[in-house]
Each structure stands twice: as C-alpha cells, then as structure tokens.
Design a protein around this ligand. Structure first.
Ligand SMILES: Cc1cc2nc3c(=O)[nH]c(=O)nc-3n(C[C@H](O)[C@H](O)[C@H](O)COP(=O)(O)OP(=O)(O)OC[C@H]3O[C@@H](n4cnc5c(N)ncnc54)[C@H](O)[C@@H]3O)c2cc1C
Length: 417
C-alpha cells in the first residue's frame, strides 16, 4: 500500500519506519529541509514512561491560581484574546481535573508510554542508534515538604499500575545522583524510577530517518502542506505548492499544526500549542553534571545529560503558535541549573530554544481512525511525544496494515471527544 506521512518529527519518522518495515511504500512530507527540526529538536530528552501523569489533575487548579499573572510561573495562560477554540479547550481541561478523570487519563497515557519504551528499546537493539541515550532512570526531586509528601502518596498509588516509583530520602537522592550533593536549596527527598531513560530526540529522529531511507522511505523536504484534498468521503491527495501528492492512506503527524489542516475536513481536533523552552549548556566539569535525568517537580523543569551537554527544559506558555522567546523564561532555566548543579558547565555558551507541544485537554494523544477511512491520526502527544513516539508509530502502522495493535485502543481515538 502507498502511504503518505505528514510531518517528519519524531512521531512521523517513527510511523514511517514501522510502515516501511511492514512492507508499505512510504513518503514523508515536511516543510523543513530535514527531520526533527521543530518540536523534536531540543526537548527535555526524558523517556518518562513512569511519570506519565496528565497535566489536568486535581492538584493543578490551586497551582494555576498561584501562578496567575507571574511572568516566571511554570505555566502561563495568555487567555486575554478571544479565541473560541482555546476557551473551549480550557473548559474541557477543567472537566478533566477531577480525580476520576485523572485516573482514567493516567491509565491511557501509561498504556502508550510503557509500550513505547519497549518499542524504543527493541529499535535500539536492532539498529544500534546513537543518540546520547542513558538508561539510568529519572529522579524527581522536591524542595517543598508538602509537595514531597503528596508525591510520596501519589507514588504508592501509581505503583498499583505496576510502576516502580521508589520514594527516596534526601541522602538516598544524593546516592542515586551524586551531582545533586552540590545543590544550594535543602532537598526534602525524591521519587526515583529506575526503568526510565533519556536521550536526544533530535539525534534519534535523524538516525531513524536515515535507517528509514535505507528501508525505502522517500522524503519530500521543503514542502509546506497547504491542504488535504478529499472526495466522496476519502482523502485523495496532499495539496502542496506545486503538486498533489497521492497515496492509498495518509497519516497526520503534524503536532500542534494538525488541527489547522484537519479543520477544513470538518475534523475538530482539540489540540492547542503550549510553548516550552529549553537551554543546552556545554558541560565543563562532568562530575558536577547529572547522569540520571532529574525533574525539579516544583518548577516543572527537567535536566538531562546528552553526551557532553546538559539540557534543561520545561515551562509552558499558552500563547498560540508564537515561537518568540521571552528572555526571563529561558534565563530562569539557567539560574536553576546554577542552583542545582553549580559550576557544571559553560553558562555563557548556553543555547536557548522554544518549541510547541501539542496538548489535548486530557493529556492523552489522539491515535487512530477518522471519519475518512484512509486518514489516520498520530498527534496530540503533548509533554510526552518523545516518550510515546515509537509505540504510537508502531500502533498506527499495525492499524493501517489491518493488524491487531499491541495495546488496546480504547479511549485513545478522536471519538472520545
Ligand atoms: C520544552 C519541551 C520539552 C519537552 N520535553 C519532553 C521530554 O522530556 N520527553 C518527552 O517525551 N517529550 C517532551 N516534549 C514533547 C516532545 O518534544 C513532542 O511531543 C514531540 O517532539 C512531538 O513530535 P512530533 O513529531 O509529533 O512533532 P514535531 O517534531 O513538531 O513534528 C511535526 C512536523 O510537522 C511539520 N509540519 C507542521 N506543519 C506543516 C505543514 N503545514 N507542512 C509541512 N510540514 C509541516 C513540522 O515541520 C515538523 O517537522 C517536550 C516538548 C517541549 C516543547
């Protein structure tokens, strides 16, 4: 079967790889000159399957009120303009903050994330991909006693889903990650998930794109997609500036741009862009930089070693598709690295970056069919797109091939909205 994948981020490339493995004739279209140049370019690097809590949860509401109007808050809503889609999304987000909905959404996200981690490990073995990966786990740290207490109770709850979240005292945290012993604030404790991993999503995407090309996948770079043409209830081509690119099936993997191209088809995808920032710092003293990926839960920042670089990433700004960077937001990331890992790197050579997460109101991705039988969705992965990319790509390839996917699809499709 001929399949066109729209988007060459980590999601689109993983989908293309699995489709080619299944014997399909695959073409990937992207407006960029190569793979992984948008949201997959400089993210937090965490494969955080065991930290797959939805953004929408009962604890977020008091935090949102506390953060309101603060330019340095981990989450900034710029809701001043009248954008019906954003307000409708906000209302749906609020209805997902109940304990019952949070439990349902957590299970859905975990289902994809855990499967995806296995797929990533299998791919790594098969293809010997080099992407600065580390399988030393993820340690979430807490400087606020109340937040640590809450996280410790949440860990017990999450272990009921088969996870292994280990509650650690501050001394135990320093044993897990000795570089933290230089931190300036007093540490209350942490939650460690040994089975989680980290690595550079951009390098991975590039390496997998090369492997996919060897497997016969064709790429159409520098090709902005204008529209999806349809006739008689089927997609019959991808409209680009110069031509109509046709196939038997099409996969929409355009992250936060997916709703823009889906809307003219009558498909309302409840996805909004949430801008996040990262800063990449060259490591000058390896002993003072972490090997274990660290999450500073109170500040919603992650710290990941990628070879000889330290990446700090996080914060979210709901401000449409605007990618401009507010200096205060990336500079506070550098300040936090200085506080946790003083003297680990060349801070004056730090490289800031911003990208748009594709967020659904329930924090689960949108995977699977649409009312157009030859159009498939692989989008809305939010904060966990790197974590879910391989599993989601494999699931979509199986569905297109008419095979039973490896995990149940209940609650993952567009029909849940
Ligand atoms: C600051 C930050 C930190 C993050 N940290 C983590 C983390 O630690 N772990 C994790 O799992 N996830 C993380 N994420 C999320 C993760 O990076 C994303 O979910 C993931 O990269 C999305 O991949 P994608 O392929 O769906 O999207 P993208 O990488 O954005 O790919 C979409 C592609 O579509 C193309 N495109 C869009 N519109 C058009 C068009 N009209 N025509 C042609 N091409 C088009 C773009 O050029 C792009 O290449 C983070 C995100 C951010 C912003």
């Amino acid at each position: 079967m001929k399949v066109v994948v729209l988007g060459a981020g980590v999601t689109g490339i993983a989908t293309a790889w699995y489709l080619a493995e299944a014997g399909h004739e695959v073409t990937v279209i992207d407006r960029q000159p190569e793979a992984g140049l948008e949201t997959s370019f400089a993210n937090g690097g965490q494969i955080s399957a065991c930290h797959a809590e939805p953004w929408a949860n009962p604890a977020v509401l008091p935090k949102l009120l506390k953060w309101l109007g603060r330019e340095d808050a981990p989450l900034v809503f710029r809701l001043l303009r009248w954008d019906p889609a954003l307000w409708a999304w906000g209302l749906r987000f609020l209805t997902n903050c109940t304990p019952g909905k949070t439990a349902i959404n957590t299970e859905r996200t975990l289902r994809v994330a855990l499967h995806s981690r296995t797929c990533l490990q299998q791919l790594r073995q098969k293809l010997s991909l080099d992407y600065d990966h580390l399988d030393k786990g993820i340690l979430s740290i807490y400087t606020d006693p109340k937040e640590f207490d809450h996280a410790s109770r949440a860990a017990e709850f999450m272990n009921k889903y088969g996870l292994d979240r280990q509650v650690k005292s501050s001394q135990e945290c320093f044993q897990v990650e000795p570089a933290l012993s230089h931190m300036r604030d007093p540490l209350q404790g942490g939650i460690y998930t040994a089975s989680d991993e980290s690595g550079d999503a951009f390098k991975f995407t590039q390496e997998l794109a090369k492997a996919a090309q060897k497997n016969g996948v064709q790429f159409r770079w520098n090709t902005p997609i204008k529209a999806l043409a349809h006739y008689n209830g089927l997609i019959n081509g991808i409209v680009t500036e110069h031509e109509l690119i046709t196939a038997d099936s099409y996969v929409l993997a355009l992250a936060s741009y997916s709703p823009i191209l889906a809307a003219p088809l009558g498909l309302r995808l409840p996805i909004v862009p949430a801008k996040g920032y990262s800063v990449t710092i060259p490591i000058t003293d390896p002993a003072k930089a972490p090997q274990v990926s660290v999450t500073d839960d109170g500040r919603k920042m992650v710290f990941t070693r990628l070879g000889d670089r330290l990446r700090v990433a996080g914060t979210a700004e709901m401000a449409g598709w605007d990618l401009s960077m507010t200096e205060i937001r990336w500079k506070m990331q550098i300040e936090r690295v200085k506080a946790l890992f003083p003297e680990c790197g060349a801070f004056d050579a730090a490289e800031p970056w911003a990208g748009l997460r594709a967020i659904t109101p329930d924090s689960s991705p949108i995977l699977g069919t649409t009312p157009y039988p030859n159009l498939w969705l692989n989008t809305g992965h939010g904060t966990l797109g790197w974590t879910m990319a391989c599993g989601a790509g494999q699931i979509i390839a199986d569905l297109i091939s008419g095979k039973e996917p490896a995990i149940a699809m209940t609650g993952l499709g567009l029909d849940r909205f």
